[in-house]
Design a protein around this ligand. Sequence first.
Ligand code: PBG
Length: 325
Amino acid sequence: MYPEFRPRRLRTTPAMRRLVAETSLEPRHLVLPMFVADGIDAPREISSMPGVFQHTEDSLRAAATAAVEAGVGGLMLFGVPRPEDKDARGSCATDPDGVLNRALRELRNELGDATVLMADTCLDEFTDHGHCGVLNGSGRVDNDATLERYAEMAVAQAESGAHLLGPSGMMDGQVGSIRAALDAAGFQDVGQLAYAAKYASAFYGPFREAVGSSLEGDRRTYQQDPANRREALREVDLDLAEGADLVMVKPAMSYLDILREVADRADVPVAAYQISGEYSMITAAAQNGWIDRDAAVLESLMSIRRAGADIVLTYWAAEAAGWLS
Ligand code: PBG
């Protein structure tokens, strides 16, 4: 007796495996999140994310140019204001001379349309309380007052040259209100990569250091409960109805089931964000000699693609693009 079918035949040589691979990973699939900080005179490594930096405007320009030359699909920019520039409304986010808007302008001048320039459209980096929105009298995040701030922030980012905005605050109606504001200001061509299904995750820990977050407490009144699946699909449907151009699932690796369902359902491009904690876990294990770093990085990215992501935001974007091209 012998097996009727021998799957191993299709695994015999690298060329054979390459021929039959179902999923591919290309530099264009990868988007690099970057941090630009105000008031520093040299790039500062984020201790919980070895290899990732808060950039000065100069080092940002250099790193962004290198990433684009390596072939990444786009850049996602986060601003880190000076602590003394934070306030309850996140004023720095809408100030044309705030750190994020300034950096967007510089990068757009430098890179033009050579890449897709994206901006995080959220207040948490800019508020002194660290929440993603403004607070009401009882200290809760006020959804509709926050929408007004997002609308102003979106217009400021579009004026600064962003091609795509990434509303990441999980307020109800954020995509619709940003769409209306952009259209009213004449930015019909500026789109939204909507963080549609964003979970309240412990794996954001290192990002809080990366942006010098002031948050105490958590974001469970606006980000999703990790227990919920159907709710993610509703969030995606709402964002699509409000005009999202692309939708995102975040985090990636603990939510690959959600990613698969979103990919099956959405008729727009789907992104997934391999977040700070995912980066740090692999980095820490590799630093201990416990896993092969580069192989683990590529396997993680491939698994996110296989689960349905057209686009993967990852802190390894530039490096992995270099390996893949
Ligand atoms: C909110 C935002 C966060 C991340 C991206 N956008 C933090 C949060 O929701 O607490 C996390 C990214 C990461 O962990 O890599 N502006």
